[in-house]
Design a protein around this ligand. Structure first.
Ligand code: AMP
Length: 431
């Protein structure tokens, strides 16, 4: 099967690594990919916002399956674009329709969807410029902390947790009156703050049936002990020790099933991943957010723990036959640690040569590239998050330790990584 995978991060390297293991894959193209994905298939320099170029490539190469890694092409309607073309609508497409992708593309859409289907989530109201004054009053009277969310995609920066009313009103004004996040903050969701522990659940659905992939927890802050600025993600672990079978049963009954049934009832075309960001409050799960794709770096622990043939799973998704398959999970816990460029998530330099990448890895470790590229005969840094090391272990803590050992042998100028991924699950933490 001729497969095109779209994206260029660690998530896509992990997906490419897994797709490349399937006997069905022949060949695998990755667009645009990175220096790691080129070890699993053929990189193609396509611009993901250029739908015509993607379509022309698929027709020329007779692509039979398209797998979309990042959210943007989905939110902009790549699925619908394929459906509208007679030559492309038969291509197996892994990723939701534009409407389905609104679960991520519009916080207001996602909240209204949850309310319609009685899916537990934080209480909220939405505002735009037409009811701005009412919004200011609402924000001012809201218990603290209060959460402000730009409605649209804002590169992961659109959520602000405010601890004073002065800050909250000022952010509210910045978003709605000064277009702080451009189009994305034309509407703002004002939400109750939920105090609990977070985890991410990954669902693969064919629109009717679904399977649950391993759950994961990611580490967003740049600094150890979860301090400092937010990043795209500095590491992840799977499984999550507090996601007990009893809790996961609640997640399935109260959240996953009503989500799939809701999509069905509303006739929303959805064949792909749903990443559900959850928070556990007093033993109960609440949805913080939906994403219409897998997370990065969660994918780098979730996919290595999946034992099924990924192409086989995707074919079942495309044919709406997911009910005929059973998911098989590697019992070994996994942890991934992301190495980033010095200065990230602020200003950082690119183009530093990475040393040690060619050293053989221990049997239970994997290395996935994110911001890398080939230059002459070296591999150089090409982004904030540069690569990650995933390891299996007897516990997530031991797995993280193994990844740190691997990271000792790899280096580039100003490389930084968190040494405490999985810290709350260390034996001394008593969990
Ligand atoms: P989001 O972009 O919706 O995932 O939000 C980013 C982060 O903000 C989440 O991972 C949470 O840590 C936090 N967050 C979002 N909404 C809430 C909420 N209602 N209560 C507490 N924390 C929240």
């Amino acid at each position: 099967m001729k497969i095109l995978l779209l994206g260029s991060g660690g998530r896509e390297h992990a997906l490419a690594w897994k797709l490349n293991q399937s006997v069905w894959t022949n060949p695998l193209f990755i667009a645009p990919g990175n220096a790691g994905t080129s070890q699993c298939g053929i990189n193609v320099p396509l611009d993901l916002s250029d739908f015509d170029a993607i379509a022309a490539f698929c027709i020329k190469e007779k692509i039979e399956m398209v797998v979309v890694g990042p959210e943007e092409p989905l939110v902009k309607g790549l699925y619908d674009f394929f459906q509208a073309n007679d030559e492309l609508k038969k291509v197996y497409f892994i990723g939701p329709s534009k409407e389905g992708a609104q679960l991520e593309g519009s916080k207001a859409f996602a909240k209204a969807f949850m309310i319609r289907h009685q899916i537990p989530t934080a209480k909220y109201r939405e505002f735009d410029i037409s009811n701005f004054e009412e919004g200011v009053k609402y924000v001012n009277e809201h218990p603290l902390p209060v959460v402000l969310k730009a409605d649209g995609l804002a590169a992961g920066k659109g959520v602000i947790i405010c601890t004073t009313h002065v800050e909250a009103v000022s952010e509210f004004e910045l978003m709605l009156q000064q277009s702080k996040f451009g189009e994305a903050s034309k509407k703002v969701v004002v939400e109750e703050f939920l105090d609990g522990i977070e985890l991410s659940v990954f669902v693969l659905t064919d629109g009717k049936n679904y399977v649950l992939l391993p759950e994961a927890k990611d580490y967003k802050r740049i600094g150890e002990g979860d301090r400092g600025l937010n990043t795209g993600g500095m590491g992840a672990v799977s499984p999550v020790p507090f996601a007990t079978p009893g809790f996961m049963h609640k997640v399935e009954e109260k959240i996953v099933k009503p989500t799939i049934e809701g999509l069905n009832k509303e006739n929303i075309d959805y064949k792909g991943f749903i990443f559900i960001g959850l928070i556990k409050v007093n033993g109960q799960p609440f949805v913080i957010e939906y994403n219409c794709r897998l997370g990065d770096p969660e994918t780098e622990v979730v996919i290595p723990r999946l034992e099924n043939d990924l192409v086989g799973l995707f074919v079942a998704v495309a044919k709406q036959e997911l009910d005929t398959l059973k998911i098989s999970i590697d019992k070994r816990p996994a942890a991934t640690i992301v190495a980033v460029s010095g200065g990230y998530p602020g200003h950082f330099e690119k183009g530093h040569k990475i040393y040690g990448l060619k050293e053989p890895l221990p049997e239970d470790s994997l290395l996935f590239h994110s911001g890398t590229k080939e230059k002459e005969d070296a591999i150089v840094t090409n982004g904030g998050r540069v690569f990650c090391v995933t390891s299996y272990g007897k516990s997530v803590h031991e797995a993280a330790q193994k990844s740190k050992d691997v990271l000792k042998h790899i280096d580039f100028e100003d490389m930084y990584f968190r040494k405490d991924i999985g810290f709350e699950f260390a034996p001394k933490a008593g969990l």
